[in-house]
Design a protein around this ligand. Structure first.
Ligand code: GAR
Length: 215
């Protein structure tokens, strides 16, 4: 049985595309034993919705501005997501802060990708902040989500050296390319039951990860 993924997006959905490609849902061969069974966006104009349609995946839009507050919106998301019976909920450029209730509902099966080497540069504008700080390295992280924003245990990271002539655009392009390798790889580990969440920590191949896998 393949791992059932529900992917949450707010924008372009290039990570969604990388996941669809890895699952063999965009024409090529499957590289991981998983499939995207639903896509949810909080933005009606998210380009990722067209990617889902092209792959024959159902999607839904829940506009957060039409709900009374965060709790009401998150409850509506839970109802929509659970109707797809996911094994894993994948945040892929979903730009909303989640309530503790939402996170607890999916704890251990809720993943996020963030464009920095966490715990450095939580939050927004990470590429700019890496340049301003003069960091030698940058990259992206996939982590289990906990109620602390961008604070859950990191599973794996891709790393890129920051070059003297890098701009926000060149850095962002390289980090994005890393994201497109990283997310499918981590989802493949989950699909193969190599990656587990025990005692609020990631375990890979029976060993607790004391630091993120780097590649
Ligand atoms: C990605 O770079 C992802 O890491 C970032 O949004 C982008 C979405 O791109 N997520 C966050 O910043 C979450 N804190 P995409 O829509 O092309 O996948």
């Amino acid at each position: 049985m393949s791992l059932r993924l529900v992917v949450l997006i707010s924008g372009s959905g290039s990570n969604l595309q990388a996941i669809l490609d890895a699952c063999g849902q965009s024409g090529g061969a499957a590289r991981i034993n998983a499939r995207v069974v639903g896509v949810l966006s909080n933005k009606a104009d998210a380009f990722g919705l067209a990617r889902a349609t092209r792959a024959g995946v159902v999607s839904t839009v829940l506009d957060h501005t039409s709900y009374a507050g965060r709790e009401a919106f998150d409850q509506a998301m839970i109802t929509a997501i659970d109707a797809w019976q996911p094994d894993v909920v994948v945040l892929a450029g979903f730009m909303r802060i989640l309530s503790a209730g939402f996170v607890q509902h999916y704890q251990g099966r809720l993943l996020n990708i963030h464009p920095s080497l966490l715990p450095r540069h939580k939050g927004l504008h990470t590429h700019r902040r890496v340049l301003e700080a003069g960091d030698a390295e940058h990259g992206c992280s996939v982590h289990f989500v906990t109620p602390e924003l961008d604070g859950g245990p990191v599973i794996a990271q891709t790393v890129t050296r920051v070059e003297a002539d890098d701009t926000e655009t060149t850095l962002s392009d390289r980090v994005h390319a890393g994201e497109h390798r990283l997310y499918p790889a981590v989802l493949g580990w989950l699909a193969d039951r190599r990656l587990q969440y025990r005692d609020e920590q990631p375990w890979l191949d029976g060993q607790q990860l004391t630091q993120p896998v780097r590649f």
